[in-house]
Design a protein around this ligand. Structure first.
Ligand code: GUN
Ligand code: FE
Length: 425
């Protein structure tokens, strides 16, 4: 792999000092080699003229279900448990290796086109190997895993599995894919949610996550009906139960966290559990609104995710960022969730959730070259001197403004054309 020089662009670094500068970015192999003014151009470098363009760290979405991409629009206007039992589980049960591969390709294509370079993804019970093949081909950076679900009512036959099979298949996939392409793909154990998992499965998952030092990715405290089932079956609330089984630690990524008791908030804060906020999904499934400003005030690591395509009808981080900013304003005031906080959750916050803050989430020498190049020169984005670029991105940009996406030093979309889906490249 050669080098790439992006010249004369506005760069939103998201480094420690949050510097925004105009200059060049030199990429060598998978990494950023230098950021600065008038960098020398290696003879073999591909040069991208960044004049009038804005370069940002690629977005990091920490809760996605690629396997659900092709179910978009199938199951609107329902609440969580009815939606899972009536629509999502039967659809997941019907997946075959080919459909899951194409669902992953469609989803990753959509993510790359809207500037997302890394995801934390959850597949279904079967055919996860083919989903990994799709992720490998597309060029996305991902931490993904097979869903684990060894109990539950109204679960279709193809999604039923026993505890030992669930654990073994997960660990086999981990051994096959964790670390693929110099660490671009990684494995995360993915118990669906407490409702779907036996105590034994969750305890064993905690031990495996410790042994392999990998993330556990699950849903928690999303919906009041879900919480009532957990309380009925365990006598505890979601996060308390996960903690009692040894799962609440810095490797745990919890999607949603809308309905948290004070004790659950304390566990999340004290054990450094990572929270993924999914505002689009939370609105569409009528789940509620997570108290993100309060969690951020308590120094909890919060990042963003679109959830599956049927939860909000697109996988677009611009949509999630805008909703994340807007939904708190009526109750908590205009600065409760400002553009900078949201942009931080969408970039460096996601990197922290993945345990990769030393590798991704900002534009700095030594980090992986995961970037999106935006063209904000449309008339609707006409620059104004008193509006910060981050505000323009959060409140006005759309996926159509993403011109080029680079992941792991590779151009995966050039001038809106997905290069990895093109047979010639
Ligand atoms: N909780 C358990 N499974 C799911 C799922 O597939 N999507 C969402 N949004 N929540 C869940
Ligand atoms: Fe989800």
């Amino acid at each position: 792999m050669g080098s790439i020089l992006i010249r004369n662009a506005e760069i939103i670094t998201m480094n420690e000092k949050r510097e925004q500068l105009t200059g060049d970015i030199l990429i060598e192999g998978t990494d950023i080699l230098a950021v600065g003014e008038h960098l020398p151009c290696p003879t073999d470098a591909e040069v991208i003229d960044g004049t009038g363009r804005v370069v940002i760290p690629g977005f990091i979405q920490t809760h996605i279900h690629l396997c659900q991409t092709i179910f978009r629009g199938r199951g609107d206007d329902l609440e969580l448990m009815d939606w899972l039992k009536g629509r999502i589980w039967p659809l997941e049960a019907a997946h075959d290796p080919e459909s899951i591969y194409y669902s992953a390709m469609l989803g990753t294509g959509e993510l790359i086109q809207s500037g997302t370079t890394s995801i934390v993804d959850m597949e279904t019970v079967h055919h996860t190997n083919e989903a990994f093949e799709g992720m490998a081909r597309s060029g996305i950076r991902a931490l993904s895993g097979k869903v684990m679900m060894d109990q539950g009512e109204d679960v279709p036959l193809p999604l039923q599995e026993d505890t030992m099979t669930s654990l073994k298949e997960s660990t086999d996939l981990l051994e096959k894919w964790h670390g693929y392409d110099q660490g671009r793909l990684q494995y995360a154990y993915s118990p669906r949610f407490v409702v779907s998992c036996t105590e034994n499965l969750l305890k064993e998952t905690a031990l495996l996550s410790k042994e392999y030092q990998v993330r556990v990715h699950t849903h928690a405290a999303e919906n009041q009906g879900e919480i009532a089932i957990v309380e009925r079956d365990t006598g505890m609330r979601n996060v308390e139960y996960l903690d009692a089984l040894g799962l609440a630690n810095e490797r745990l990524i919890l999607a949603h966290c809308i309905w948290l008791s004070d004790r659950e908030k304390e566990i999340i804060r004290d054990k450094q559990v990572k929270v993924t906020h999914c505002p689009g999904s939370n609105l569409k499934l009528a789940s509620g609104r997570a108290e993100i400003p309060q969690l951020l005030d308590a120094h909890v690591c919060v990042s963003l995710g679109a959830d599956g395509a049927p939860c909000n009808n697109n996988l677009d981080m611009f949509n999630e960022m805008r909703l994340a900013a807007l939904i708190h304003k009526p109750e908590n005031g205009p600065t409760a969730m400002d553009a900078k906080k949201v942009f931080q959750m969408a970039t460096i916050g996601g990197a922290k959730a993945m345990g990769m803050e030393d590798q991704i989430g900002s534009i700095e020498p030594g980090k992986k070259a995961d970037l999106a190049i935006l063209n904000l020169n449309d008339l609707h984005m006409y620059p104004s001197y008193d509006v910060d670029t981050i505000s323009r991105i959060v409140y006005s940009a759309t996926r159509a403004d993403v011109e080029t996406t680079i992941i792991h030093g590779k151009i995966v979309m050039r001038n809106r054309i997905l290069t990895t889906m093109n047979k010639e490249e």
